[in-house]
Design a protein around this ligand. Structure first.
Ligand code: FES
Ligand code: FE
Length: 326
């Protein structure tokens, strides 16, 4: 599967402490754990001895110990101790598969097969004027591509987020631009009339959005409201949607916020995102099929949907199959 060659977030970095944690990615069970140096590891969650879940074991002296017979595996994946036969030196073939792991954006990322792709870029991350904060995880009973498409979709604001990101009397979506980029697509000149576009809105405002898709299951928006409609000066924000495609029809989502607000408590910023996301969730989970049809003839489209159509073409171009129908 081509998806194996991309990086995917599997857990919050802080969720992996001193004991192993179970995760799931692209239909496979993983165990995540940290060795004595603090480095994170991702392996199949299956002991090569008798198939027990390694995530039920424990970390001891920088080694992962299986819950069943106590075999211990060092960070390289090699088994170095078989308690039932203490004098036995396991051969190099006594080992687990290991996957590439990176930590970025407060998340642990895993790549299941070698590939040329880099982690998705989030340019706001390096902007010291913006505070970074993760919201989630949100477990959603639908495919990752349905979530990405929802994130790119402005035409639902007036209905799903009425009184917040839109209002019924102002549902028209002006023309906007969509361009292909080397890693995906970008939509620019997107405008929305929003009663309460962020935590600090003091008045309804025209908000200008830019959207970017730069990996199959990652999208980023940047929004800048009319000055004067926000209590904080120079308000702007970027939000990355980072998705773990757990199963074809189940997804774990995080939002990474980069906002010009260093004062509000974390919980207040998270509450705003939670409110918005809980409005999306029931509609998202109601969509059928749950997998995104990438054949453009399978659903109907309007000119307001050109970002989602471009996203479907992009998934086709990349030969993405997980979470889509053809
Ligand atoms: Fe893991 Fe036996 S099943 S040690
Ligand atoms: Fe929404």
């Amino acid at each position: 599967m081509i998806e194996h060659q991309h990086w995917h977030p599997v857990a919050a970095a802080e969720a992996i402490g001193t004991q192993p944690v179970a995760a799931r990615l692209l239909g496979d069970d993983l165990v995540l754990w940290r060795d004595a140096t603090g480095a994170a590891h991702a392996w199949p969650d299956r002991c090569p001895h008798r198939g027990a879940k390694l995530s039920l074991g424990r970390v001891d002296g920088g080694r992962l110990e299986c819950p069943y017979h106590g075999w211990q595996f060092e960070a390289s994946g090699r088994c170095v101790h078989v308690p039932a036969v203490p004098a036995f030196t396991p051969p190099a073939t006594h080992c687990v598969r290991t996957f590439a792991v990176r930590e970025a954006y407060g998340l642990v990322w895993v790549r299941l097969a070698d590939g040329a792709h880099d982690l998705p870029a989030f340019t706001a991350e390096g902007d010291a004027r913006l505070r970074k904060l993760n919201c989630g995880p949100y477990t959603v009973e639908t495919s990752a591509p349905r979530l990405v498409e929802n994130f790119l979709d402005m035409a639902h604001f007036a209905f799903v987020h009425e009184g917040w990101l839109g209002q019924r009397g102002a549902s028209a979506i002006d023309d906007y631009r969509v361009d292909e980029t080397p890693t995906g697509l970008r939509a620019t000149q997107c405008k929305a009339w929003q009663p309460q576009s962020n935590l600090h809105s003091t008045a309804p405002a025209q908000v200008e959005y830019t959207y970017e898709v730069n990996a199959p299951y990652t999208a980023i928006l940047t929004k800048i409201p009319d000055p004067g409609s926000v209590a904080l000066p120079d308000w702007r924000e970027s939000i990355a949607l980072f998705l773990c495609p757990v199963d074809t029809e189940r997804t774990v989502a995080w939002f990474r916020l980069a906002v010009a607000d260093f004062d509000s408590p974390d919980q207040k910023l998270r509450d705003f995102q939670d409110t918005i996301f809980r409005q999306d969730q029931p509609v998202l989970e109601s969509q059928r099929p749950k997998r995104l049809p990438v054949d453009l003839r399978a659903e109907l489209h309007s000119p307001a949907d050109r970002a989602s159509s471009a996203y479907r073409r992009y998934l086709s171009r990349l030969d993405i199959t997980f979470g889509v129908t053809r």
